[in-house]
Design a protein around this ligand. Sequence first.
Ligand code: ASP
Length: 366
Amino acid sequence: MNMIIRTETRLLAPIIAAMTLTLLTAIAGAAEQPSLSAALPSVKILATGGTIAGTAPSPTETKEYKAGVLDVNRLIGSVPGLDRVARISGEQIVNIGSQNMTSEIMLRLANRVNEVLRGGETDGVVVTHGTDTMEETAYFLNLVVKSDKPVVVAGSMRPATAISADGPLNLFNAVSLASNKTARGKGVLVALNDRIHGARDVTKTNTTNVDTFMSPDFGCLGYVLDGRVSFYRTTTRRHTTGTEFTIEGLAKMPPVEVIYGHADGSKELVEAAVRGRTEGIVYAGAGDGSIFELTKEALRDAAKKGIVVVRSARVGSGIVTRISEDEKDRFVTSDTLNPQKARILLMMALTKTRDIREIQRIFAEY
Ligand code: ASP
């Protein structure tokens, strides 16, 4: 029996080798064809670090690792077949863990995205980013990028050195999505673990699992599976070319703090924020944005001093209901934005106005 198998394998070997050679020649030929590669869309990868660029001391270590180690060319090199999806170029913006993201870096990144897409040679942009603050940067880009071309933010939950690292496939899918015409005009997208999310609604929901990004209220926009893109819905809120915001000439963002609500709330954090340089406070309230009584007094005082107070919720989904008291207190409500997204929108709103009614209008439209 063994001998028969061995004999057959020996006989089949030259045939398999010839078939493999034909296939490889066909693939290489196709890749070399100037007409084909010129027809490929051009995608720029702007890298900022994160776990996708992270390394650990061993392949079984997925938690104790250093984020933001590998550069953009190493990321591109780790994805077989990427050059058959798009003409790729890479650029390193920063190489950090996204817990260290700052609004200065966000501004630099957004300016670069706008520059690249204005140039006309690039069909789409992929931003690689740590997952911790990915939703904040993605929402910021969603408000200030002035292009209909796809901008896809992607990352990974496991470092590049891990067994079953999720980075290479996430990057392959992100580039496929950024190359896809159906992704145009849909606002900034976040793509991880086969799902496509809108930047406004997506949030990280699990500390360590690869299936961590969800859009709790409204669900994902679609899927990207092995590079194949399917959309099922789009956002109805203003984004990218449809926003009133601009970062042109903006040197820095107005400072805004998030204060987290809890039992035994006090005045202290609010008063400290008021003493500091803050121009706005987002309060992550309990339930429907409820505020502990003592903290509410401090927030009312802050609002009287001209600091814009936004009542948001720590719950994770749902609308923060606007009540008649909000008018009296001069509080803005965050609609369905979570506190960290409300902070981004408030910063952008403060670049234009301090009028509470105007800011409430902005929260209803974005
Ligand atoms: N701490 C990492 C970061 O946000 C986590 C990750 O990328 O998954 O950069």
